[in-house]
Design a protein around this ligand. Structure first.
Ligand code: ADP
Ligand code: GLC
Length: 490
């Protein structure tokens, strides 16, 4: 049945799971679009046709009226087309921005002289796609710095077009640590035709253009991916230079927790794990642990807990704390660790050396592996995520659903999703520590290892976590409500 008053949304993103993903941005754009589509709204997604996407096996169909369009970006002129494809198991069609000069590369992100052009084009092509489709979105939804120029372009270069008279722009900040900052020498490439005055003038004078900042200045609504992070980025510790502007715009800044796509991440029907299980029948979880540890060459069993880590290995994720704490704990306590991730070389080396030193206690898989990510979620007893900052974080929410007790630091979305277990009330879903230091993490891991030995209590914590619901059906509805209010669509 057709939806009454569907909202029209154009969502532009650099990443979209499972096609192009370096982190949670991809999962969230895919999960939110799928929800909006399911809920009967008209959502048009645009993402780049990276090489990895081109080779994904999808069937691409050229979109009429959107082929071989030249666009000038200062001295550079490129030609782009838009193709579309149906995702398997979904009624959602995705639009792909084809411009091999900019996107047909070995990796999704390759900082260099073309990076700003990749994302100027993505922002402009999203708007021009709507023009040529005759699609007047109620909402343009930009995600992170890659599409953060959309609000500025709508107010300047494309302001003449009555198609967008009622359109409102929303930017979602997934990670304020990445802002897309370039030298002011790219100014001509933006082709703002007089709209330069809408850029941040002090930045310009200082020789910088900051893509994310333009959205903070011009978007009709700014969202970020958890309520606590919305608060944190207005402060000096986590604002990364945007705190003053965000404080000025605080009446249009809101934190909405990400949803989880339980079609992909639920142990009851996860096809990427050997043994499905549920909170009523946890034997499968133990079998997953036994097979995972055998596969990884680790010694762990009923009385020896397995700690899982799946993470980009960067400063954000608290790997320094792990470096400080884990080697000593491995000497004094019985547990094993399975690590999946790549990133900064110093951290990759740390885990490589730790594995050499504790052969049957630590296994480090350097790289990206979705199947192993699922298996670690399912087979581990404890999941470690001691982030320095965490806008939302998805893995702790996956862990809760998989009965894998998370250890997190009280920051951003971690603070909003994991609750410290309270032995008196028997409420709580994990171990939460406050201060970002080695003592905090050391306390938290010891606490988890102690609680693990008390089987009844552990089972209670596991069940508390598994019963939590962070589905898109809940979180997506919050976006819909906001979009309606913003656009006046009732
Ligand atoms: P972030 O986006 O900051 O990296 P999130 O917790 O929001 O953190 O999302 C990370 C996503 O990327 C999760 O879906 C996680 O399973 C996945 N992921 C991270 N590292 C790897 C890896 N090495 N292999 C497979 N998946 C990974
Ligand atoms: C970012 C954040 C992460 C968040 C993800 C999706 O990559 O680091 O915390 O979950 O975006 O919003």
């Amino acid at each position: 049945m057709a939806k009454k008053n569907p909202i029209k949304i154009c969502l532009a993103s650099s990443e979209f799971a499972p096609l192009a993903k370096t982190g949670g941005l991809a999962d969230v754009c895919a999960g939110l679009s799928a929800y909006l589509n399911r809920d009967g709204h008209d959502v048009r997604v645009l993402m780049p046709l990276y090489r990895i996407v081109r080779d994904s096996g999808l069937t691409f169909v050229p979109v009429e009226n959107l082929q071989n369009m030249p666009i000038r970006m200062g001295p550079h002129t490129v030609s782009y087309s838009i193709d579309s494809a149906q995702l398997p198991d979904s009624s959602l069609r995705i639009n792909f921005l084809r411009c091999p000069e900019l996107y047909d590369r070995d990796s999704i992100y390759a900082p260099g002289e073309y990076e700003h052009l990749q994302f100027i084009l993505l922002s402009r092509a999203a708007i021009e796609m709507c023009q040529r489709m005759g699609f007047a979105p109620d909402i343009f939804h930009a995600h992170d710095w890659h599409t953060a120029l959309i609000p500025l372009y709508l107010k300047t270069v494309y302001a003449w077009d009555r198609l967008f008279a009622k359109t409102r722009s929303v930017v979602t900040i997934h990670n304020i640590g990445f802002q897309g900052i370039f030298g002011a020498d790219i100014l001509n490439d933006l082709e703002l035709n007089g709209g330069e005055r809408e850029l941040h003038q002090d930045d310009l004078a200082a020789g910088r253009i900051n893509f994310l900042k333009t959205a903070v200045l011009h978007a009709d609504l700014i969202t970020t991916v958890s309520p606590t992070y919305a608060h944190e980025i207005q402060g000096d510790e986590h604002g990364m230079g945007l705190q003053d502007l965000l404080r000025k715009r605080r009446s249009t800044l809101i934190g909405i927790l990400n949803g989880v796509d339980y079609d992909d991440w639920d142990p009851r029907h996860d096809t990427l794990i050997p043994h499905p299980y549920s909170s009523e029948a946890l034997e499968g979880k133990y079998k997953n642990k036994i097979e995972l540890t055998a596969e990884l060459g680790l010694t762990a069993g009923d009385d020896v807990p397995l700690i899982g880590i799946v993470s980009r290995l960067t400063g954000q994720k608290g790997i320094e704390l792990i470096q400080n704490v884990l080697p000593r704990l491995l000497l004094s306590r019985r547990f094993a660790v399975a690590v999946l991730g790549s990133g900064e070389e110093r951290f990759e080396w740390f885990f490589t050396l730790l594995q050499r030193r504790f052969r049957d206690r630590v296994c480090y898989y350097d790289g990206y592996n979705n199947k192993l990510a699922h298996w670690i979620e399912a087979g581990s007893d404890i999941f470690l995520m001691p982030s320095h900052f965490e806008p939302c974080g998805l893995n702790q929410m996956y862990s809760l659903r998989y009965g894998t007790v998370p250890i997190v630091r009280e920051t951003g979305g971690l603070a909003d999703t994991v609750e410290l277990y309270n032995p008196k009330t028997k409420e709580g879903t994990g171990i939460v520590f406050r201060d970002y230091n080695a003592e905090g993490l050391n306390w938290a891991i010891n606490q988890a290892l102690d609680l693990y030995q008390d089987k009844k209590t552990w089972r209670r914590i596991v069940e508390n976590g598994m019963s939590k619901d962070f589905s898109w059906d809940r979180q997506g509805a919050i976006y819909v409500e906001l979009f309606r209010r913003l656009s006046g669509a009732t």
